[in-house]
Design a protein around this ligand. Structure first.
Ligand code: AMP
Ligand code: MG
Length: 976
């Protein structure tokens, strides 16, 4: 049997239970505060802090119904209308709040308490054209959403709806500035007593109220000064320091000014789970509310991908007995901020949340408006101050008042406003917990919130069942989610027969031998001509011992020969290794030493380290030798051994975090899969043959797009070094050659747009492909629906053979990278490699036919990034991208940034660690850190080194795009 004291405590609102338990435990003895005195009524009466805030909001945006609150009672039976009207008048007589209005005098807001009003109770009939429950709901909604005028009043409105002679609905509506949830209970209780008395014509037996709301307002202002108040404020200042808003994944961009359009999604927590949660709470000497709060905090931490989460809740704000029976705006908002370490168990987390909640409620005498000041946060009109998600638990459902002679029940009013992004409200019922998610409909779709409620249920079940498991191991995934994210959205089967690149190119030569394949400056080669040249060079390579798995470095200035060489290496069966002749000598030496090519194809002008076996294409001996070679396609008989699609096609070097670049090896079968994707994807059948411009440097894998398009029958224009990076020259070329297809980075596009790329009245490319780095929101919007050009966003790491996901710009209201390509799968996984649900951030993994072989000569590194695919067939692997991402409800992947240090600058992939390691080799550098500031690399350096010396040092070892723009000397490293 619970003691009387215990059951009294259990009947209190959760935060008060928490507080009381603690006070009873003696940990926080507080001296009884003196009572609230009656304030003199001669002069102007101030507003309470929370009223002040609503008054301010109303002045800012008057005439909204956002803060209308209401209560509706269904009255079955013979109603005494006269008694009801009398009782309603008596209510307003009893409670000053119900006859208060607001004004300002000399710039100060005041409340004006009016004498007893002659409250009029109109009777409405449900219109004949809107019968039934829906009609009633609509009528009640309309009635209570009529805006209140805070200056003119009345701020309390009563309406009686007549459904039949013995069937009515009584609607009590008031502006929140004069009421709150608790007040509604008081109103119901008082109404019952007053109605009964009015019916019987006797005075009501209600005890006199000790004070009125205005007395509280005066007292509250006095309490806000003095040492105790200062201590509380200090507590909050510390508690809220550095608070960041919860960055929830919304379905639509957040409007610049917060809106309040809302809807509610109901759900039910099963009784068994509720019972376990209550038990868990008891075991941790805390309340069900705290347990629900902890679970919600964990949920939203996962949703936002943040480990520092502040949620709001409310406290009744009636910590003094004399306030208990008053009607008025007392409810206060409390911020509960928690650090979420997913490695901890839920039990451990619950203990921490309990401590936070105890402190917060012990300091909840601070009005929310003062917290906002204390936090010193900047006003952001696009969201609520301090928190975006509210969590509350109503202990028990209010019981409808017993009105004499009537059967009374409360009518649920449909609410179509949302004060916060999301509010999760629980209500204790006999059979478990009823839940309601109220959400802002300008931010979220109903389906998203339905999923969120589903995730919350999964999570509640999981923490109830296994409170001692690390939270990281608790999954939110529902079975429906699992099907969607693993199967449905990865159903990407595409017929893509494995082949070598030589095969696919030669097939096209057979189809269109006389069409133009390649254009570079004044050179134009047909498929037949290009094939002949490539075959000759391939034979030369084969004679030098090049065959499957033998690397051939191609260190040529950009030219038509770049493409001839690439084809020749493929045909000979060698591994194509592009080396940019512009790279510093050290870098070239490193790559050649690492990949150990059998031959370097180059020209006389390119400097190479001593001892490499070079073939200069402009050397007369080479030219003579090539002329002697046959021009027909090579057969396996001419290769050192038979060439198969599983042989390596190329190695591309990319920045390495540990200080040296790493070579990614891609096989022909992976490349062939990409080829089939492009053939079926980016370019539709409506354009059988287009003119495509290649702007990418050959040392980056995106340059493969060119040869692949060419092999699919399109005319490839290799843009000259002077043209490819110069907006005006590039646009001139596009115009002159009527280029249909262009692939650039978003950074470069930002230069091309003002230069007129998509302007009307000029030749615009039919297909514009963007990729290599994130496409921002504004560019996404700008490009959505541009006429005449189809814009794609394409995403992919070198390790997944150039591309992995793609979409059309505009496929979703916010930027996404799209869906997996054919025979490719995308997984968004948590740290335990389990799929995370739709909408929740995780790390992106790629699986399927384009996962590369691995890093050349780096088995250890390969093993950490290319993992066994737990969701694929036997032996399949997946690549861990290091990119953070999440699924949208439509099965599109949204890119959210990096999980590590890697950065992209103008599309260049850079590991700051690599630059740092080059810097550290220098004697004058004790320590350093390289970061991106405003889109540029900045090196912070400790030690005596001078910037000029450092620049030279770094420039000798790294490509231009990795040389920091600035070197900042530091005495110590205060980098955060
Ligand atoms: P890379 O291997 O040079 O192609 O670089 C791959 C990385 O670039 C990816 O892991 C992403 O971080 C980034 N990236 C590539 N394409 C996109 C894109 N369309 N949107 C956002 N990030 C991208
Ligand atoms: Mg890429």
């Amino acid at each position: 049997m619970p003691s009387e004291q215990q059951s009294r405590i259990a009947a209190l609102p959760p935060h008060m239970q928490e507080l009381l338990r603690q006070r009873l435990a003696g940990s926080r003895p507080t001296a009884p505060a003196p009572g609230i005195p009656r304030a003199p009524r001669g002069g102007p009466l101030p507003l309470s802090f929370s009223q002040q805030r609503l008054w301010f909001l109303d002045e800012f945006a008057p005439g909204t119904a956002e803060y209308n609150s209401a209560l509706a009672l269904r009255l079955h039976g013979p109603l005494d209308r006269g008694a009801l009207t009398g009782a309603v008048r008596a209510l307003a007589t009893r409670h000053e709040s119900l006859r208060t209005t607001f004004d300002d005098i000399d710039g100060r807001a005041v409340q004006v308490v009016h004498p007893v009003p002659d409250l009029y109770v109109p009777v409405l009939d449900v219109a004949a054209d809107r019968p039934g429950p829906a009609g009633l709901d609509e009528l009640l909604f309309e009635a209570y959403s009529v805006p209140f005028d805070l200056r003119r009043g009345p701020l309390f409105r009563v309406t009686l709806v007549r459904l039949a002679d013995d069937d009515h609905v009584l609607l009590l509506a008031a502006h929140h500035i004069v009421t709150d949830g608790w007040s509604m209970g008081v109103l119901m209780d008082d109404l019952a007593v007053l109605y009964d008395a009015a019916r019987r014509g006797v005075p009501a037996a209600l005890p006199e109220l000790p004070v009125d709301y205005a007395d509280f307002a005066v007292w509250q202002r006095e309490q806000a000064t003095g040492p105790a108040a200062r201590r509380r404020l200090d507590y909050w200042r510390g508690q809220l320091a550095g608070l960041r808003p919860l960055d929830l994944p919304t379905d639509r961009p957040r409007p610049a000014v917060r809106t309040a359009n809302g809807a509610v999604h109901p759900f039910t927590v099963p009784a068994t789970v509720t019972a376990r949660l209550a038990e868990l709470a008891r075991g941790h000497d805390t309340t069900l509310f705290t347990t629900l709060l902890a679970a919600c905090t964990l949920l939203f931490a996962r949703y936002a991908g943040q480990d520092d989460v502040a949620l709001g809740t409310v406290s009744a704000g009636r910590n003094r007995p004399e306030l208990e029976r008053l009607v008025g705006f007392f409810v206060n908002t409390v911020v509960l901020r928690s650090r979420v370490d997913q490695r901890a168990t839920f039990g451990q987390f619950l203990a921490a949340v309990r401590a936070t909640a105890l402190d917060a409620f012990a300091n909840d005498d601070v009005a929310f408006e003062r917290l906002i000041e204390a936090a010193g946060a900047e006003r952001d009109v696009s969201r609520n101050p301090l928190f975006d998600v509210l969590v509350l638990l109503q202990n028990t459902r209010r019981t409808a008042p017993a009105l004499a002679g009537l059967a009374v029940s409360e009518v649920d009013l449909s609410r179509r406003a949302a004060t916060f992004d999301i509010s999760v409200e629980f209500e204790e019922r006999a059979d478990g917990l009823a839940g309601f998610v109220e959400y802002n409909t300008d931010l979220f779709d109903a389906a998203t919130i339905e999923r969120l409620a589903g995730h919350l249920l999964v999570l509640l079940g999981a923490v109830a069942a296994e409170p001692d498991r690390p939270m990281a191991e608790l999954s939110l995934l529902t079975e429906g989610d699992r099907q969607r994210v693993l199967r449905q959205w990865n159903a990407t089967d595409l017929a893509a027969p494995p082949a070598t690149f030589g095969d696919v190119f030669e097939a096209q030569v057979g189809r269109t031998p006389d069409a133009t394949a390649l254009v570079y400056r004044d050179t134009a080669l047909t498929y037949a001509q290009l094939n002949a040249r490539a075959n000759r060079l391939a034979r030369l390579l084969a004679r030098r011992g090049v065959g499957p798995e033998t690397a051939v470095a191609v260190a040529l200035p950009r030219s038509a020969e770049s493409v001839v060489a690439l084809l020749a290496v493929a045909k000979a069966g060698g591994v194509y290794l592009p080396v940019d002749p512009e790279l510093p000598a050290d870098r070239i030496a490193f790559v050649l030493a690492d990949a150990a090519p059998a031959v370097v194809l180059t020209t006389g002008g390119v400097a190479l380290p001593d001892g490499v076996d070079r073939v200069a294409l402009d050397d007369p001996r080479t030219v003579r030798e090539l002329a002697r070679r046959a021009e027909g396609d090579l057969t396996d008989a001419e290769r050192t051994r038979p060439l198969r699609p599983a042989h390596a096609a190329y190695v591309i070097y990319t920045s390495g975090s540990t200080g040296r670049p790493k070579g990614v090896t891609v096989e022909h079968r992976q490349l062939a899969n990409l080829f089939h994707n492009h053939r079926h994807g980016l370019l539709t059948a409506a354009q059988p043959r287009v003119r495509a411009a290649l702007t990418a440097a050959f040392s980056f894998d995106t340059s493969w797009e060119g040869p692949l398009l060419m092999a699919a029958g399109h005319e490839l224009h290799v843009l000259d070094e002077d043209v490819r990076l110069d907006p005006q020259a590039l646009l001139g070329y596009l115009d002159e050659h009527r280029i249909d297809y262009l692939d650039v980075t978003p950074t470069f596009l930002r230069q091309l747009l003002p230069a007129g790329l998509l302007d009307e009245g000029r030749h615009r490319p039919a297909v514009l492909v963007l990729g290599g780095e994130a496409l921002g929101e504004s560019l996404w919007r700008e490009l959505t629906g541009v006429p005449g050009t189809t814009v794609y966003n394409v995403y992919g790491p070198t390790e997944n053979t150039v591309d992995a996901l793609s979409c059309r710009v505009g496929d979703s209201p916010r930027p996404v990278v799209g869906r997996p390509l054919g025979n490719t799968r995308a997984y968004v996984l948590d740290s335990a490699l389990r799929p995370v649900p739709v909408g929740i951030p995780g790390e992106l993994y790629l699986a399927g036919a384009q996962v590369a072989r691995g890093y050349l000569n780096r088995p250890g590194l390969t093993a950490t990034r290319f993992l066994a695919d737990p969701y694929g067939g036997p032996g399949e692997r997946m690549y861990r991208t290091g990119d953070r991402a999440r699924w949208t409800a439509d099965g599109l992947v949204e890119f959210l940034g990096r999980a590590d240090e890697q950065v992209k600058i103008r599309g260049f992939r850079i590991e700051p660690g690599e630059i740092e390691s080059v810097l550290r080799r220098y004697a004058g550098v004790d320590d350093c850190a390289v970061v991106v500031r405003d889109g540029r690399l900045v090196a912070y350096v400790v030690g005596g080194a001078q910037a000029d010396a450092l620049r030279a040092q770094v420039g000798a070892g790294l490509p231009d795009y990795m040389v920091p723009s600035a070197f900042v000397p530091l005495d110590a490293l205060p980098l955060t």
